[in-house]
Every structure is written in C-alpha cells, then in structure tokens.
Design a protein. Structure first.
Length: 240
C-alpha cells in the first residue's frame, strides 16, 4: 500500500492499559487516530498492567501497584489493595528524578497521578495517567474505551468489532500480535494490518548508566522535557 493511502486511513490502536508505560506505548498512541483502551480482557499479574521500572542510583527498580493475588478477573475488575502505595511511589519517583533537568517543569504529572486522586481501580488509574502523560507530550490522538462495544466471537472478531465501532479501517499493533492475529479476518472486513516496529530508538541523557530503554516514559520526560518526542517518534523523520 502506498504512502498516500496509508495517510488517508483512520488508524486504530487497541491495547490494555499499563501502569506509567514505557515510551513505546506512547509511540503507538501518537501513531493512532484513535486509541482504544481494551481493559475487558484477562488481567495478567506480574506484567506491565500494574508495574513498571524506574532508574535509580542502585539500578532499575520496580514500582508495583498492589492488586491482590486473584488472577481470575478482567483488568477493569482489578481493585487496588490500599492507598499507601501512592505515597511510596511518589517518594520513589521524587528521589530518582528530582535532580533531573526537567523534573520541576513536569513534576505536576506526579501531583496529578499520586496526590490529586485516591485510586480504587487499576484500570482508572492507568487510563488517567496515560491520558495525562499523552497531554504532556502534546499527543492529539482521540481516546476511547471498549466497554460500550458489543464484542462477540473470538479474539480477532472482537478486535474487528472495536475497530469498526470507531470508524477505523486500519489496525496498528505490535509485533507480538503476529502470534495470534488472523490476518484474513481483518482483510475480509476491509481492515489493513500495520505492524509497529519498536527498534532504533535513540538513547538520551539518562541518569544512572548503563542506559535502559525499558523504563517508564517519565524517565525520558524528566531527563529531556519538551524534547521527549524527539526520542519517541520525531527521530524517524530526521533519518529519512
């Protein structure tokens, strides 16, 4: 498919909400015309749904939201066990990044996520934080949720129903989805599949070497501030 047709498409991304995700998550959001939170699927514990990494002087450290031990529930059904974690995560982020060049300019994000709300549900926390961070990155993508879509059939048919519900004609997804997506189902419904390539991200001035791409996007924002987009998606246009 040529570039002009690709630009004319209404590109849709459908993804589970993650906790203060890495930069690749926001790369996908920026690529989409519509980004749909799909939190009606099975919750997976010890995954990105309720935890992420930050860089500290002693190495990478996990921040995990307490969600109990039950795994037989959807993401939107996951209740957060207590509110003490909010103060702990806030202090951990402050300790790790307060000396970064752009911390004070973007510290309001921590206030919005950890001080201004007391979270009861994981899905609400994740979606709120992702929207707030997207706004800080000046991403203009439309957000939607899948909860009002009548999704029936197998995994592929449910995704097609969500895409059609928001007027999409192309579906952008990560390479891991190749293991379970049936391309013919999408093709027969007039939906183009586009595979996201996460390779080639440039390194930035990250504290506490060695450099690690797989940390929360807050690491990039506090270190590079208004230049963060250069290290998420803008770098590609400069290499063409």
């Amino acid at each position: 498919m040529d570039a002009n047709n690709l630009l004319a498409m209404r590109k849709v991304v459908i993804l589970q909400s993650n906790y203060i995700p890495w930069k690749g998550y926001f790369d996908l959001i920026n690529d989409a015309d519509v980004f749909v939170f799909y939190d009606e699927v099975q919750f997976t514990k010890n995954d990105w749904r309720n935890r992420n990494k930050i860089k500290t002087a002693s190495g990478c450290t996990w921040l995990s939201v307490p969600v109990g031990k039950c795994i037989k529930r959807s993401i939107y059904e996951v209740l957060i066990s207590n509110s003490e974690w909010q103060c702990k995560h806030l202090k951990s982020l402050q300790n790790a990044y307060a000396s970064c060049s752009y911390y004070h300019r973007y510290a309001y994000l921590l206030d919005k996520i950890y001080r201004e709300n007391e979270w009861k549900r994981l899905s609400e926390l994740n979606q709120y934080a992702i929207r707030a961070i997207s706004e800080a990155l000046e991403i203009k993508t439309i957000f939607a949720t899948s909860d009002k879509v009548d999704c029936k059939g197998d995994k592929n048919e449910k995704l097609v129903a969500i895409i059609q519900s928001v007027g999409g004609d192309s579906y952008l997804t990560g390479p891991a989805a190749k293991a379970y997506l049936d391309e013919e189902v999408f093709r027969s419904n007039g939906i183009e599949l586009i595979w996201k390539d996460y390779s080639g991200y440039p390194e930035y001035k990250q504290k506490y070497p060695p450099f690690n791409h797989l940390v929360t996007v807050l690491d990039l924002i506090f270190n590079e501030g208004p230049n963060a987009a250069e290290y998420i998606w803008k770098w590609r246009t400069k290499r063409i």
